[in-house]
Design a protein around this ligand. Structure first.
Ligand code: HDD
Length: 700
């Protein structure tokens, strides 16, 4: 009998396709096929015959392999895992999966980008989807979130407008996986409710280093309901164990070409290597009586509750420990729906959430071709399903008995869940109002929270935001749109607006009134560095014949002990001969990789006085890119000489004699022999810091 944590995996087993090795090739009808390489033809050079049923079936099946991609979030990657609560949350919610720390609930998570099609690159500037399906004992619960805590619009009726504006333009289907185009910014400039999410989009949050290193948010205010029927407002937060880390824009762009699958490969490889990504689930809880205690509306999805105001309370953890076996069957066919809730979790009147509760079921009907998509293995609940829903496309069950309620002929089954049987009951909120089509005045402040976000950023984060605005608006053809956007920015922060205006060639806006100086330190990436470990960071060691073998071994051993992944890169694949005359395996040939695929680089020394990599332009470019992108650079022995290539980039090595020198993440030690503990400690610390922002900014 499978343990509860494995219930989803046990269920999946039943749907595994028969092993094709166990018998001959057949048609879909099970007829054995002796030859699948040539069509049935009238003579060796004659026409193909209509009666070749195998040929027609094979081609027809191929012609029908694709289903429509998701209208948004088309590109994604998913994994299975489990969730376990730290303690019972019974005080706030009766949800069964949040009661008992010994109960693991299986999950499937799909991460995604939003704008680009299914085949677009991973490292685009975009929101990332973070959708979790909990297969609970009371049915499926879907938390369909993003890596931003706010959304671009307040009411779902505007979703088609927003998505039309951000998607490729209708006449030429350009741009792919990008927001730097006229229609998006036209919409933004006319719709200041977008500004808060736009600030996040222009920040480094929009270019995560890894799905494993980004936060997730439920965005809306939801409602917990306990066994007594008492409601508590709740906002959901996922916090990654490895900390929140991002790329820099220049790097993200190069990565799109070097490895368009950068984020999905990273997730896949980490799980295959047993480095299971982990997030803590946290909640911000607001008692019902405090509904109006904030200077914004809790129902407004363009607002956060600052963590300093309502702390995030950790309630459990999620681990992803299994890759899917078939991308299409599982990651592509998974169907999330915000209205998939379980007893103890309820909605609020957030108009964006209400719209989503319509849209997701509707979209699955067209995308998955009918109403039976919940029978697909990845969507199937582990809780039993009993109802009178029948028929429709792709019904794969053979139901028997009655199909209506009430009935006596079927023994009255399935009967209503009796009291105490765990039925879902909607929160009995009192609602009273006139039918109107009007936004609440409490939704009208569009500038205070974007300003808070800006005020909370470190200097380097502000600089990246300004550069992002300049890049995006700089690609907008209509100068009126550029100017109108900058006018809105002036109402967020005058300096931000002035700097952007200077970059995009519009007049600096006259001083506008800006909201106060509210700050939320929890918003800065500076405060989200995680546990300080270097687990799963990718470290490149540039090697060639004659390299100091002792150095490589000492660095490899230490970094591997810390959980980092070390790869030796040489001018060509195969082996190299070290200074000790031994041969060492090369992990990858330099021309097949690039600095943007690694987190740090190390240059070991070679024979005395000969920087081993100095002559190799690929190696020099590698180190220069790593330096320009703020990455840790280590150099040992004569390898330090290679760093002279970084002088034009602003690196000035100390000429005073010191054994180990650390300067803005560049760690050097000119002494020969194995790397010292002091060097290794400093290099590890530099890698743990991820990026070193004191360096000169990236210039093309
Ligand atoms: Fe949505 C997909 C997240 C607003 C309509 N959305 C989708 C996915 C995520 C989100 C992560 C991908 C799920 C997957 O991996 O399959 N969406 C959000 C968040 C929102 C949001 C966090 C705001 C807080 N979405 C939103 C609105 C609407 C939609 C307002 C419509 C009124 N979203 C959809 C959709 C999608 C979708 C069209 C496309 C594919 C799908 O649902 O399954 O129905």
């Amino acid at each position: 009998m499978a343990s509860p944590a494995d219930r989803k995996q046990a269920q999946r087993e039943a749907f595994r396709a028969d092993d094709p090795a166990a018998g001959p090739l057949t048609t879909d009808q099970g007829v054995a096929v002796d030859h699948t390489d040539d069509s049935l033809a009238a003579g060796e050079r004659g026409p193909t015959l209509m009666e070749d049923f195998h040929f027609r079936e094979k081609l027809t099946r191929f012609d029908h392999e694709r289903i429509p991609e998701r209208v948004v979030h088309a590109r994604g990657a998913g994994a299975y895992g489990y969730f376990e609560p730290y303690e019972s949350c019974a005080e706030f919610t009766r949800a069964a999966f949040l009661q008992d720390p010994s109960v693991r609930t299986p999950v499937f998570v799909r991460f995604s980008t939003v704008q680009g099609p299914k085949g677009s690159a991973d490292t685009v500037r975009d929101v990332r989807g973070f959708a979790t399906k909990f297969y609970t004992s009371e049915g499926n619960y879907d938390l369909v979130g993003n890596n931003f805590p706010v959304f671009f619009i307040q009411d779902g009726i505007k979703f088609p407008d927003f998505v039309h504006a951000v998607k490729p333009e209708p006449h030429n289907d350009i741009p792919t996986g990008a927001s730097a185009h006229d229609t998006l910014w036209d919409f933004v400039s006319l719709q200041p409710e977008t500004l808060h999410a736009i600030m996040w989009l222009m920040s480094d949050r929009a270019i995560p280093r890894s799905y494993r290193m980004m936060q997730g948010f439920g965005v809306h205010t939801f409602r917990f309901v306990n066994a007594e029927g008492r409601g508590t407002f709740v906002k959901f937060h996922w916090k990654p164990r490895l900390g929140v880390h991002s790329l820099v824009w220049d790097e993200a762009q190069e990565c799109q070409g070097r490895d368009p699958d950068f984020n999905r490969r990273d997730l896949w490889d980490a799980i295959e290597a047993g480095e299971y990504p982990e997030w803590e689930l946290g909640v911000q809880l607001v008692p019902e009586e405090d509904e109006f205690a904030f200077d914004f509306d809790l129902l407004d999805p363009t607002k956060i509750i600052p963590e300093e105001q309502v702390p995030v309370r950790p309630i459990g953890r999620m681990v992803l420990d299994r890759n899917p076996e078939n991308f299409f069957a599982e990651t592509e066919q998974v169907a999330f729906h915000t209205a998939n809730v379980v007893p103890g979790i309820d909605f609020t009147n957030d108009p964006l959430l209400q719209a989503r509760n319509f849209s997701y079921l509707d979209t699955q009907l067209i995308r998955l071709g009918g109403p039976n998509f919940s029978q697909l293995p990845v969507n199937r609940p582990v809780a039993p399903v009993r109802n009178n829903q029948r028929d429709g496309y792709h019904q794969s069950a053979i139901h028997s008995g009655t199909n209506y309620f009430p009935n006596s002929l079927g023994g009255g089954c399935p009967a209503h869940a009796g009291a105490g049987a765990g039925a879902y009951t909607h929160y009995a909120e009192r609602v009273d109002g006139h039918k109107i089509r009007r936004r609440s005045p409490s939704f009208q402040d569009h500038y205070s929270q974007p300003a808070m976000f800006w005020n909370s950023m470190a200097d380097w984060e502000k600089q990246h935001i300004v550069e992002a605005f300049r890049f995006e608006l700089g690609k907008v053809g209509a100068m009126t749109v550029r100017a109108r956007t900058v006018e809105h920015l002036a109402r967020v922060d005058g300096e931000l607006a002035a700097q952007v205006a200077r970059g995009v060639g519009v007049p600096p806006p006259a001083g506008a009134e800006t909201p106060g100086k509210q700050v939320s330190p929890a918003l800065s990436l500076e405060s989200l560095r995680g546990d300080g470990s270097i687990r799963t960071r990718q470290i490149a060691v540039l090697v060639t014949d004659g390299v100091d073998a002792e150095q490589i071994t000492s660095v490899r051993e230490r970094l591997a002990a810390e959980g980092a992944i070390v790869e030796a890169l040489a001018p060509a694949d195969g082996t190299i001969t070290g200074s000790d005359g031994e041969t060492y395996a090369v992990d990858r040939a330099l021309p097949t990789v690039a600095s943007v695929l690694y987190d740090a680089v190390l240059l070991p020394g070679g024979p005395v006085g000969t920087p081993p990599t100095a002559a190799d332009p690929d190696a020099v470019r590698f180190v220069r890119d790593a330096f320009r992108h703020g990455k840790p650079v280590g150099a040992l022995g004569s390898g330090v000489g290679v760093l002279s290539a970084l002088e034009p980039e602003g690196l000035h090595l100390s000429t005073e004699f010191q054994r180990v020198v650390t300067d803005q993440g560049v760690v050097t030690d000119t002494s020969p022999g194995p790397a010292s503990a002091e060097f290794l400690d400093a290099f590890v610390a530099a890698i743990a810091a991820h990026r070193h922002w004191g360096r000169p900014p990236v210039r093309r």
